[in-house]
Design a protein around this ligand. Structure first.
Ligand code: HEM
Length: 123
């Protein structure tokens, strides 16, 4: 749920501010970079949301920091619970795959191409 809050904050920040231009060598690389970033944002929303639906449909209360109770976003429903858990699990595997590509690309920029990409991902 913290990731959901942070990604919403990040998206609001992104709408209001400009982001650095991709350090891509050609159009294909730029398209791949933006595509991967788009998928990362979708997953950062889909993962916590599908988890929230799974818990709500299983009639399991969701709390922020084990303290602040959050509302159920769907009513108890076994079929919805099974479907949302399936979506949640698929999102986990896609996230792992995209993260590996993302980390690999960042390391390639740092160690092989020797540019500033990894540094500017930080502050
Ligand atoms: C970015 C955030 C999240 C990540 C990376 C994540 C990751 C995972 C992983 C790895 C599993 C195990 C999947 C498997 O069975 O192989 C899982 C299951 C589960 N997660 Fe999440 N989760 C996230 C957010 C949430 C949230 C916010 C909730 C609830 C509010 C949640 C509820 C659940 C539930 C109920 C299951 C068990 C599903 C089942 O019945 O199989 N998750 N999650």
């Amino acid at each position: 749920m913290l990731i959901l809050l942070l990604v919403v904050a990040r998206l609001l920040w992104r709408i209001k501010n400009t982001i650095p231009v991709a350090l891509a060598a050609n159009r294909l690389q730029r398209a791949l970079a933006y595509g991967a970033h788009g998928i990362l944002y979708i997953l950062m929303l889909a993962l916590p949301l599908s988890g929230w639906v799974t818990s709500s449909a299983a009639n399991f209360p969701v709390k922020l920091f084990w303290l602040i109770p959050l509302p159920a976003i769907v009513g108890p429903d076994h079929a919805v619970k099974s479907l949302a858990a399936e979506v949640h699990e698929i999102c986990v595997f896609i996230t792992i795959a995209i993260l590996l590509v993302h980390i690999g690309a960042a390391l390639r920029h740092h160690f092989t191409l020797g540019d500033s990409l990894l540094k500017r991902m930080w502050f």
